[in-house]
Design a protein around this ligand. Structure first.
Ligand SMILES: *[C@@H]1O[C@H](CO)[C@@H](O)[C@H](O)[C@H]1NC(C)=O
Ligand SMILES: *[C@@H]1O[C@H](CO)[C@@H](O)[C@H](O)[C@H]1NC(C)=O
Ligand SMILES: *[C@@H]1O[C@H](CO)[C@@H](O)[C@H](O)[C@H]1NC(C)=O
Length: 795
């Protein structure tokens, strides 16, 4: 078809050429008209009358016509006027596109004669189109860090208008990163390029929006825009950065395992893997790795082992964060372990002196010890104390050392052991306390003498004991201890050096038991006094003494001894009784003594047998034998009475007495003076005198002396009064007792030996000596007795 059109055009040109050659002025010139595109229909273009060179009437007549080359009726000819009018609006871009100038060729044809006039209609461009970008949204991906000066080519904008009305210029919205540069292509077309002025930073501005404007040269110019979105592509140009250069945390040392210590956090401005972080320790010690755990993703640090302030007070942990591009950031965690009062105080006894001697001077050092608390601050400050009311003091010395000293001298006998509790308390919260017990013994010093349980001991023993009889004990205690309290007993030397104490008693040195070494005879020795000592074994030894009084108890070991009438004598006494004697006549008086004392010497008399019963009676208490009735001539002259003298001992001992009585005629001198006779002291029987003296005596020794004298006198007188006479046995006989008051109760006396030295006359008796001598307590009395007796001519 294109081919067909071309052929037709050629045919027309040939035709035109022919027309011009055949006519005269027809082809001489080409009319040229112009109209702006888009001009309104009916608009006047030109008047052809003048150009044709004939009258306007010819136009009708000659059927003037306008014929465009493409046969389209762009114009029509008003044959009445010759005006060329626009038949339709013209669009230059539709008619010519980019061809410039845009010329529509046509002919004005006249018939009769046939005449052609060539004409051109120049369609002028008006700026009726706007520059347009094909792609109104342009995405430009530019890696950050791209060097300045780099240019990025942009698509050019299209404008259907031509020439000046086409795209003439481009502008870019103002921005710091790019400027626009216009380049001209090989075809001479301008196109824009973005030239980088300043490199991009994704982290600051990940994306830019630029407006690219295309301008045409119309008046007024038209413009079209495209949005250029610049997407900044990340590069790993940022290292991770921790939010803090140093993390300072305080962790109580008793924090449990797995507790959170701190959470670290770093950021990386980069995107994607370049911003993906992983946390780790950086060059840390094994200790730290053992103790802490850093989670690579969360950044949490947890405790992996227990802390101990006392071992490590702080940790410096270097950490790092690494991004996917291997860039790293560093930080440090400073862990301060906070002390918790988890250590009780400790006490270390450095020295302890025990036992300590009693009575030692105050301030004696008993113990040295040190205290320690591994905690710090208040948790480690300590207060040290011991119990109140102990005689000890705590003295702080240097540093944490204390000494425990005595406050005053100690007395072992009061207290020999002290349990001292040393209490150390720290000032932490809660308070922790440690106690240490020490036992301080007090050693003995011999500061106590043995002490007898009594200052004096009175011991009773019955006489006639078996030798080595235990007669009693003394006891002394010693408050001291050990050898200082070991008591030894001993007999102290008697005051009287003559007392044979050692032969009488002995003492067990260990237990203080006293023994009689030989049988004691009450009648010989009624009491014994001596001192015993008790000595401890301290050094020096201490001792004390006590008095021991041994009282010998009487035993009924002496039978009554009849002094009168004498028995066993060669010439028994015979009492003479006148037959005219009244009843109650005192025939005789049996005098008996008993060597014992008390009840044992209490005598009673009893008539056992009589030649003529009922004639005589004996008074049980005083031994008086009296007639019971009147005597008569029928009564026999000779009588024999058997009497019993019995003591009151248990069992009783007795002696029998035979009394011979001879009844004589007439009156005879009574045996004992009648009361009226006794009233005259001059005529009084000497026996009575002596009895009176005896009554006045308080000394038993003296009394005995008197008794002995009486006995002898009685016997002598009896002998003188009797026909055959009485005899006193030669030799010794014991001293005796006498019933002074006629009651039969006899007081005891000491035993003296007396001796009958002659058969008659004076000086029949000689006073010898006491049976037991060297009685210290009696020495004075005895001396008095000597004097007294001497005074009575007993030598
Ligand atoms: C394009 O526009 C810019 C800014 O308006 C102007 O400076 C420049 O001279 C223009 N260039 C041309 C060729 O008109
Ligand atoms: C001291 O302690 C010991 C042992 O606990 C105890 O046997 C003793 O009776 C105590 N002494 C005193 C005086 O408390
Ligand atoms: C120390 O002695 C006190 C009092 O006798 C007692 O209560 C405590 O248990 C003792 N302490 C030690 C450690 O023996």
């Amino acid at each position: 078809m294109a081919l067909g059109e071309g052929i037709r055009q050629q045919i027309r040109q040939v035709l035109l050429f022919f027309v011009c050659l055949g006519g005269s002025l027809v082809c001489s010139e080409t009319w040229r008209y112009s109209v702006a595109e888009e001009t309104e229909t009916g608009s006047f273009i030109a008047n052809v009358v003048k150009d044709i060179g004939s009258g306007v009437e010819d136009l009708v007549a000659r059927n003037a016509r306008v014929i465009f080359d493409d046969y389209k009726p762009y114009l029509w000819l008003d044959r009445q006027t010759g005006n060329l009018l626009l038949h339709e609006q013209l669009d230059r871009e539709a008619l010519c596109d980019l061809t410039e100038p845009c010329i529509l060729y046509f002919q004005v044809l006249l018939e009769n004669p046939l005449q052609f006039f060539r004409a051109e209609l120049w369609v002028r461009d008006i700026n009726d189109h706007t520059p347009t970008f094909v792609d109104k949204d342009v995405l430009l991906k530019i890696p950050e860090g791209t060097a300045p000066g780099t240019s990025f080519q942009m698509e050019s904008a299209q404008d259907l208008d031509v020439g000046k009305n086409g795209v003439q210029n481009y502008t870019l919205s103002p921005n710091p990163h790019f400027h626009l540069k216009l380049e001209v292509s090989d075809e001479g077309r301008k196109y824009p390029e973005l030239v980088m002025d300043q490199s991009l930073d994704r982290e600051k501005e990940p994306e830019l929006r630029l407006t690219l404007t295309a301008l045409d040269g119309g008046s007024p110019p038209r413009s079209g825009t495209a949005m250029v979105r610049v997407l900044v592509l990340d590069i790993n140009d940022n290292a991770p950065e921790f939010e803090r250069p140093v993390y300072e945390v305080q962790v109580p040392e008793n924090s449990p395992l797995d507790s959170l210590v701190v959470k670290v956090s770093a950021t990386d401005l980069d995107a994607g893997i370049n911003g993906e972080l992983s946390y780790s320790f950086s060059h840390v010690s094994r200790d730290i790795r053992k103790t802490f755990e850093l989670h690579p993703i969360t950044g949490e640090v947890h405790l992996k082992a227990l802390l101990d302030f006392e071992l490590i007070q702080s940790y410096i942990i270097n950490i790092q964060a690494i991004d996917g591009g291997s860039l790293s950031g560093k930080s440090t965690i400073l862990v301060q372990v906070v002390d918790v009062n988890d250590n009780p105080p400790e006490i270390v006894i450095t020295s302890l002196t025990s036992p300590i001697p009693e009575n030692s001077t105050p301030e004696m050092v008993v113990a040295i010890f040190s205290v320690r608390d591994q905690d710090s601050e208040a948790n480690g400050r300590m207060v040290c104390s011991i119990q109140d009311n102990l005689p000890f003091l705590l003295r702080p010395t240097f540093k944490n050392f204390y000494t425990l000293v005595t406050e005053r001298p100690l007395d072992r006998e009061t207290r020999n052991e002290y349990n001292i509790t040393i209490t150390v308390t720290d000032l932490g919260t809660p308070r922790l306390k440690t106690q240490h017990n020490i036992t301080v013994l007090v050693s003995d010093v011999n500061d106590n003498a043995p002490a007898f349980t009594q200052t004096s001991y009175t011991l009773f023993v019955r006489e006639n004991n078996s030798p080595a009889l235990h007669i009693g004990s003394v006891s002394a205690t010693d408050a001291d201890a050990g050898a200082n309290a070991q008591v030894t007993y001993l007999l102290l030397p008697p005051h009287d050096p003559h007392l044979p104490l050692a032969s009488l008693v002995s003492i067990n040195a260990d237990n203080g038991q006293l023994f009689a070494l030989r049988a004691l005879d009450y009648e010989a020795l009624q009491a014994l006094e001596f001192r015993v000592g008790a000595t401890d074994r301290g050094s020096p030894a201490l001792s004390s003494q006590a008095l021991v009084r041994v009282l010998v108890l009487d035993a009924n070991d002496n039978a009554p001894f009849v002094l009168y009438p004498l028995q066993n004598g060669s010439a028994p006494c015979t009492e003479l009784v006148p037959r005219a004697a009244e009843p109650g006549y005192l025939v005789s008086k049996v005098v008996a003594v008993d060597g014992d004392s008390g009840q044992n010497a209490w005598l009673s008399f009893q008539l056992l047998k009589a030649t003529e019963p009922g004639l005589f009676g004996v008074w049980a208490h005083n031994g008086e034998v009296r007639t019971a009735r009147l005597l008569s001539e029928r009564d026999a002259a000779k009588h024999r009475l058997l009497l019993l003298v019995k003591d009151n001992g248990e069992p009783p001992l007795s002696a029998s007495v035979t009394l011979h009585v001879l009844l004589v005629d007439g009156f005879s001198q009574p045996y004992l003076p009648l009361p009226e006779a006794a009233a005259d002291p001059a005529r009084a029987d000497p026996l009575t005198v002596y009895l009176v003296i005896a009554l006045a005596s308080v000394s038993s020794l003296f009394l005995f002396s008197v008794l002995a004298f009486i006995a002898v006198r009685l016997c002598r007188r009896g002998r003188a009064a009797s026909l055959g006479g009485c005899s006193v046995p030669e030799g010794h006989f014991p001293g005796h007792l006498v019933d002074i008051g006629g009651t039969g109760t006899l007081s005891h006396s000491y035993q003296y030996e007396v001796c009958l030295t002659g058969g008659s006359g004076t000086n029949e008796f000689k006073f010898l000596k006491p049976a037991i001598s060297n009685l210290p307590q009696l020495s004075t009395e005895r001396a008095e007795s000597h004097t007294f007796l001497n005074g009575f001519g007993f030598n």
